[in-house]
Design a protein around this ligand. Structure first.
Ligand SMILES: CC(C)(COP(=O)(O)OP(=O)(O)OC[C@H]1O[C@@H](n2cnc3c(N)ncnc32)[C@H](O)[C@@H]1OP(=O)(O)O)[C@@H](O)C(=O)NCCC(=O)NCCS
Length: 186
């Protein structure tokens, strides 16, 4: 996948660009991931210090080099700031699949930006990478995320019970999937 590339390509939406994360984005990422409302149903607790966001950027670069994870920053074109991220994780080229993940700074919820960013990532996953299947797992209580996935065309495939333990809380996951043959480009 993306043979020889040193970094992810920039993908353009109408209001947002999906772009390669740089060390200088750590402060914007920290603002997103230190918000307990954003990480409420995340697989890890809120960040407490900037160094965690700096390590995240390093990890994103390392896992891209191994082609295990593609994580773009979502840049709001009008401000040039990173307001979220979209991720293709657990990339499995043999089986043509990956897991979709995303989050958005709370100040930008309710404006359709995550829908726009994910649609751009879906087009890349299905049309450029030619993946066959995207999957997502989502806490059943995370209504905005379930609504987003279903808006994108994801179908509920089952409930994985007690799948996560985050900061002492056991969480179930709704498992969802979207196949290339079901996907409608927008
Ligand atoms: C999941 C998350 C990204 C959803 O954010 P969101 O802002 O609700 O999602 P969207 O950007 O698609 O916006 C949808 C909302 O914008 C509205 N909207 C406005 N313009 C829109 C447009 N052009 N297209 C789609 N929706 C639009 C929709 O009506 C909807 O509003 P509603 O919430 O009042 O029904 C956000 O809640 C989040 O970051 N959560 C924390 C991280 C997280 O849980 N990630 C997922 C783990 S599984």
């Amino acid at each position: 996948m993306l043979e020889g590339a040193k970094q992810l390509p920039t993908l353009e939406g109408k209001r947002v660009s999906l772009r390669w994360l740089e060390a200088g984005d750590a402060a914007d990422l920290f603002a997103i991931f230190s918000d307990a409302k954003v990480t409420r149903y995340w697989s890890s607790p809120p960040m407490r210090e900037l160094a965690e966001a700096e390590r995240l950027v390093d990890e994103v670069h390392e896992l891209f080099a191994k082609r295990e994870l593609f994580q773009w920053g979502v840049e709001l074109r009008e401000s040039g700031r990173i307001v979220g991220h979209v991720t293709l994780a657990s990339l499995d080229s043999n089986n043509g699949r990956a897991e979709l993940g995303y989050s958005l700074a709370r100040a930008h919820w309710g404006a359709g930006l995550a829908t726009e960013a994910c649609r751009v990532a879906l087009a890349f996953a299905f049309e450029t990478l030619e993946l066959r299947r995207l999957e997502a797992d989502c806490d059943p209580r995370n209504a905005p995320s379930l609504a987003l996935l279903e808006r994108l065309g994801f179908v509920r495939e089952g409930l994985a019970r007690e799948r996560w333990q985050v900061a002492g809380e056991i969480q179930d996951s709704v498992m969802l999937g979207l196949l290339r043959r079901e996907y409608t480009p927008t």
